[in-house]
Write a new protein. Structure first.
Length: 237
């Protein structure tokens, strides 16, 4: 029994009696094998450390950057030659539009984007009140020059606070209820409205609530809500 206990203790302390050099060699081999499995051949090579707090960052490390959400879709790369929006704020996170298409139940080109910001040309019908955004329709989202019930689906991504509206966008804060009421007017019966904001507003007139879910643009950034509403069948405001 005593031999069995020694054997168990030996397994519990696998590095007992091994030199620091031997342990480092084993660790390097393990890193190299793991790097080969995931396609990173540099994992087994020790990287120089930067001077400073515990030398915890590799000397080649760069400052973390905000997740890249400035360009949306590879299938729109051919439109790069067209005049691009200037440096204006506002755009959906990457992949949001295709993920919503099953809910919107329309062609991507049919979507009306209110407060479109820096969405590229060819991405649906873009509406913004800033000339610098080069929208398809220059208009306020609360007074759209669009006929009643003529739009397949609407997506809205307005400024979320009065501070954002003034400091980032240079516009007055549009109240969600006003934007949604106008979206409800122009969307066709049975059409869907997607609203991106910090809040989940009440359904606009003539619409019912469909779904709400959280939206993240990356670690360290505030969550947003995506709320979906559906226009009642056979009813125009």
């Amino acid at each position: 029994m005593s031999g069995r206990r020694r054997s168990i203790r030996g397994r519990d302390v696998p590095h007992q009696g091994r030199s620091a050099e031997s342990l480092e060699q084993s660790s390097a081999r393990a890193r190299k094998e793991f790097g080969q499995r995931i396609g990173n051949k540099d994992m087994g090579v020790p990287r120089p450390r930067a001077e400073g707090t515990n030398g915890s960052w590799p000397s080649s490390a760069v400052e973390p950057r905000r997740p890249a959400i400035g360009y949306l879709y590879d299938d729109l790369a051919e439109l790069a030659a067209a005049p691009a929006p200037l440096a204006v704020f506002g755009q959906y996170p990457a992949s949001l539009i295709p993920k919503l298409l099953p809910w919107l139940r329309c062609e991507r080109r049919e979507i009306l984007h209110v407060c479109s910001g820096s969405l590229p040309q060819g991405e649906g019908i873009r509406v913004d009140l800033r000339l610098a955004a080069r929208p398809d329709i220059l208009a306020d989202g609360r007074a759209l020059p669009i006929a009643d019930g003529s739009i397949a689906a609407v997506m809205l991504d307005p400024p979320y606070t009065e501070h954002y509206a003034k400091e980032l966008y240079g516009v007055n804060y549009p109240r969600p209820a006003h934007l949604l009421a106008e979206a409800s007017r122009v969307v066709r019966p049975g059409g869907v409205i997607a609203f991106v904001h910090y809040i989940t507003p009440n359904p606009p007139p003539g619409c019912s609530f469909l779904k709400a879910f959280g939206l993240s643009t990356g670690f360290g950034f505030p969550m947003r809500a995506v709320t979906l509403y559906q226009r009642e069948q056979g009813r125009l405001l």
